[in-house]
Design a protein around this ligand. Structure first.
Ligand SMILES: [Zn+2]
Ligand SMILES: [Zn+2]
Length: 335
């Protein structure tokens, strides 16, 4: 049976194109999801001019399953993120780093005829995640990419409760990073351009806050073991290198704006033995742990809702572009 989806795509101008996708119903290990919510991620912005369906923080209800699907049933609430499928048999898959699979399918490169900005999608069951019962679907959506991206640093790079962890930026990623780090017991040192988000940062669990605009150095006691850069605009490195502990690690979490290049002052890295560590969302095992951790500790994104329509997608993306989103946009499908 052919299934017709409404989808929202990038376009050559600044608008969003409403279109239709036609797919055969789910077979084998596939699942048809009726989308109810989608987060708006900074990565969607990179594809606003591309001829592809946008959105990769999807949540919805299982509507049909293929004959080989045993882990989901009709009516389950599920979500997905940047990754669509991995091969399961390459070296990276074998060691559990399926986001680096040699044959991975992911947003922006594969399955361009469907995404989370739409009415439905058909995905392989292996890359769908059950939304915990205590979690609202609208809160689950931003965790699918944003939450996974920040939690993966904690889980995969050995951040411990005794560590001092810096977070640059309080946006879609930053406001989640502060919460995850605080709940696992780390000291969270937040950096934002002005004082305007100080109270919000402290409420989310920050232990210290520093405004960066016009500042030449930070008057900080102990230095940092880790520094998460959650902004697409890169920070003033000469401000941050001096507050890193020797052998500290710096994690740029989003694709740098502009040229996509990162220019680093090498001397402080050299003498301090610093590492700059890139990281792509999360492996499935980490993603499941992240959802469980968020549910148990009641970690919730702070969201602004927009209708999952052409106008709603345009308004939400525009607000994110203008730097005015507080802090993650979620598109909501009207009944
Ligand atoms: Zn994303
Ligand atoms: Zn693989």
């Amino acid at each position: 049976m052919t299934i017709e989806f409404t989808v929202f795509k990038g376009s050559a101008n600044d608008g969003i194109l409403q279109s239709k996708t036609y797919r055969d119903g789910p077979t084998s290990t596939q699942v048809l999801v009726k989308i109810t919510h989608s987060g708006i991620c900074g990565s969607d912005e990179h594809f606003k001019h591309a001829d592809m369906v946008l959105g990769h923080e999807g949540v919805g209800t299982v509507e049909q399953v293929g004959e080989k699907v045993s882990q989901f049933k009709v009516g389950d609430i599920v979500g997905w993120g940047l990754l669509h499928k991995a091969c399961g048999h390459c070296e990276q898959c074998e060691v559990g780093h399926d986001q680096y699979c040699a044959n991975v399918e992911h947003y922006g490169a594969h399955n361009l005829d469907q995404g989370s900005f739409g009415s439905h999608a058909i995905w392989d069951a292996s890359f769908l995640f059950k939304v915990p019962e205590s979690m609202a679907p609208e809160d689950a959506a931003p965790l699918m990419c944003g939450g996974a991206t920040v939690y993966n640093i904690i889980a995969s790079y050995n951040i411990r409760p005794t560590d001092r962890v810096g977070v640059v930026g309080i946006g879609g990623l930053g406001h989640l990073a502060i919460q995850f780090l605080a709940k696992m017991g780390a000291s969270v040192i937040v950096f934002s351009s002005t004082e305007s988000k100080r109270d919000e940062a402290m409420r989310l669990g920050a232990t210290e806050f520093y405004a960066t605009k016009g500042v030449e150095s930070f008057n900080m006691g102990a230095k940092l073991d880790h520094l998460l850069i959650t902004t697409a605009a890169l920070p003033e490195w000469n401000l941050f290198m001096p507050v890193m502990k020797p052998r500290g690690k710096i994690y740029p979490l989003s694709m740098p704006s502009g040229s996509g290049m990162i220019n680093l002052p090498f001397a402080p890295m050299f003498f301090g033995g610093l590492t700059v560590q890139a990281s792509l969302v999360a492996a499935r095992s980490v993603q499941r742990n992240m959802l469980d951790f968020a549910a148990r500790h009641e970690i919730k994104p702070i969201i602004e809702r927009f209708p999952l329509t052409k106008a709603g997608v345009e308004e939400g993306m525009e607000k994110l572009r203008a730097g005015k989103m507080r802090y993650r946009g979620v598109l909501v499908m009207e009944e």
